[in-house]
Design a protein around this ligand. Structure first.
Ligand SMILES: [Zn+2]
Length: 113
């Protein structure tokens, strides 16, 4: 499962950030996932549930934010709605994906005990 390896690298990143605050535990992890990132959100959440055990994020709440795909013309920068033919109506150039292929760790909430 591709999502599982993404979760593992996310948790490594979370652990590295939490390590800067000794004794802290992670309360909340916010992740932004683009519609075109090739990630199945449900599988990502399931993988997180499994992988977070025995990590600094064992008690963390996972918040996933989906980012819709956005396309634009590389020539004139005109925005092209997804679902339509993915080419610029003015230039005929194929649209480029300008948002929606990302997977970011947005925010981390730590609790120092
Ligand atoms: Zn154009």
């Amino acid at each position: 499962m591709h999502e599982y390896s993404l979760v593992l690298s996310l948790l490594e990143h979370v652990a590295a950030q939490a390590a800067a605050h000794p004794g802290a535990s992670v309360r909340r992890v916010e992740v932004r996932i683009g519609e075109q990132a090739g990630v199945v959100v449900e599988q990502f959440a399931t993988a997180f549930e499994l992988a977070r055990r025995d990590t600094v994020a064992a008690e963390a709440e996972l918040v996933l934010e989906r980012v819709p795909a956005r396309w634009a013309c590389p020539g004139c920068a005109r925005e092209i709605p997804s679902g339509d033919r993915l080419a610029c109506p003015d230039c005929g150039d194929p649209a480029h994906l300008v948002a929606g292929d990302e997977l970011y760790l947005m925010r981390l909430e730590l609790e120092v005990t």
